[in-house]
Design a protein around this ligand. Structure first.
Ligand SMILES: [Zn+2]
Length: 506
């Protein structure tokens, strides 16, 4: 008879995985913040070594023994409820690894590292051609991996979507995105035809990085980010990397002529960090402390950036502080002028700089392109043209070069195909959380008085503490009482923009 296993055996393996993941996370944070440019190949070697170790743990004898043993319902029922959930997550995640030959897996990881460097070099030279061969290889390899990952998904792209949110499909997204496109279209038309367009020139006045930091750092602390369990660094493409709940690192880029970028960018990353810092300690060293469904993670960064960071009551409280720190820069701008300018909506070429109204369109563009690559075999050489065409159609703007076009996101260099929709879903989830929260708390009064703690506590209790132990639909249902409904997002935006643009949409 095979050896009897216990929950301790499961935890031992999960901890080994978690420690290796933490190691790799630290290295990849370092690669994107301070690593010397020439050490790329050495870093790729080190990552390949750790990936090999990770694979050994994840697909080795112990892992297989755990899989075999706990796949039997009688054995699984001897685990605690928490451990049963952990085992199910473990067996789901393992499918992305265990079916892939080790050499292919390592080659893929190595290619991603090289592709990220090529992407950075391509951006520097503003030349897609430098990145194109790597992107081609990444897509080619991903297409080879899809059948190995596939279980009951209907299309190849559904397999990729499932990596970031279990059960997400093109069918669901097509329907949600259509609803969003329709609602947005009507509102945008009204704003363009009859709206009072606010002036936001003052947002481009020169503010040195030091002054921006003096406002932002204490503000994200008041919003809930703990600097004793996190840090802030500069990077090219902002992100948050958490090692564990006591080490969540946020990053940003700065522009002297665009303080709004760093303010909202850091509200955003701090939201990710706050989520990571507040996961229940019982999930330490388990996958529930990692890989939290991306859409829910995004909803928390967007809660800071959009729900709070674009709220009139919030700025009513914050604007005097901002004015004070920025010295003369905003002395002649009244609160009303500031808030209206802050909310001005206009199509941009860069996704990360888009306002909440146009943002989902940037995602829909990427979603449709990825769907075409994986479900319709679109050729990589057609990408720049398709990119331009979709930007013209959806946003009415056309990039003149690669840096403001197809080279702007790092995601494809990391083979994170299927990730983008999480951003749009995050917007929709965030608005639905706000709606539910507002039934218990008077959000406007709290924001206006600068008392952010109840908003922090609500999110910790209803969302953050669970980490990845609940599915996005579960968490949405328990926190808000209903499944995803894009109307909360559409209603919130409509209300805000009707006021700023002085229009009324029927
Ligand atoms: Zn984010």
């Amino acid at each position: 008879m095979a050896k009897q296993l216990t929950g301790d055996d499961l935890h031992e393996l999960l901890k080994e995985q978690a420690l290796l993941e933490e190691n790799m996370a630290l290295l990849s944070w370092d690669q994107l913040t301070g690593m010397p440019v020439k050490s790329g190949e050495f870093r790729a070697e080190l990552m390949a070594y750790l990936t090999k170790r990770y694979l050994k743990v994840t697909t080795g004898k112990k892992a297989k023994a755990l899989l075999d043993y706990y796949q039997l319902p009688n054995n699984q029922s001897t685990l605690s409820i928490d451990d049963q959930a952990l085992f199910q997550r473990f067996s789901h995640d393992i499918k992305y690894v265990i079916n892939v030959p080790a050499d292919d897996y390592i080659a893929f990881e190595r290619l991603k590292i090289m592709a990220q460097d090529a992407w950075a070099a391509a951006r520097e030279k503003n030349d897609y051609a430098i990145f194109k061969p790597y992107l081609e290889k990444l897509i080619h390899m991903t297409k080879q991996l899809i059948p190995l990952w596939q279980t009951d998904e209907q299309t190849p792209y559904d397999v990729l979507l499932g990596q970031y949110e279990q059960g997400l499909t093109t069918k669901k997204l097509d329907s949600i995105f259509n609803q969003v496109k329709q609602g947005l279209g009507a509102l945008q038309q009204e704003l363009q035809l009859n709206g009072e367009t606010p002036d936001n020139q003052f947002l481009h006045r020169s503010v040195p990085k030091g002054l921006q930091l003096r406002y932002i750092q204490p503000t994200i602390q008041r919003l809930g980010f703990d600097f004793e369990r996190g840090r802030l660094d500069d990077t090219v493409h902002p992100f948050m990397q958490d090692m564990n709940r006591n080490d969540a690192r946020i990053t940003t880029r700065w522009s002297d002529r665009d303080f709004k970028m760093a303010v909202l960018g850091l509200f955003h990353e701090a939201g990710h960090g706050m989520f990571a810092q507040n996961v229940d300690s019982k999930w330490d060293y388990t996958p529930f402390n990692k890989g939290i469904a991306m859409s829910i993670h995004e909803s928390q960064s967007l809660f800071n950036e959009v729900i709070i960071g674009q709220d009139e009551a919030f700025w009513y409280h914050e604007y005097p502080k901002l004015q004070d720190i920025f010295g003369d820069v905003l002395a002649d701008i009244s609160f009303e002028q500031f808030y209206d300018g802050w909310m001005k909506t206009e199509p941009t070429l860069i996704r990360t700089e888009a306002d909440p109204l146009t943002y989902p369109l940037h995602i829909i563009i990427r979603y449709e392109i990825e769907k075409a690559i994986f479900n319709d075999d679109l050729d990589v050489s057609e990408l720049p043209a398709l990119w331009r065409e979709k930007y013209r159609t959806y946003l009415g703007v056309v990039p003149e070069d690669d840096v403001t076009g197809i080279l702007q996101d790092i995601h494809w260099a990391d083979a994170s195909f299927g990730y983008f929709p999480s951003y749009a879903l995050g917007h929709l989830y965030a608005a639905q959380f706000r709606y539910a929260m507002n039934k218990e708390l008077d959000i406007s009064s709290l924001l206006q008085s600068g008392d952010y703690q109840p908003l922090i506590d609500w999110r910790r209790n209803h969302i953050w503490q669970y980490g990845a132990s609940k599915s996005p639909s579960d968490i949405l249902l328990t926190a808000t009482g209903e499944p995803l409904n894009p109307n909360y997002w559409l209603d919130l935006q409509r209300k805000r923009y009707e006021k700023v643009y002085q229009v009324k949409v029927d």
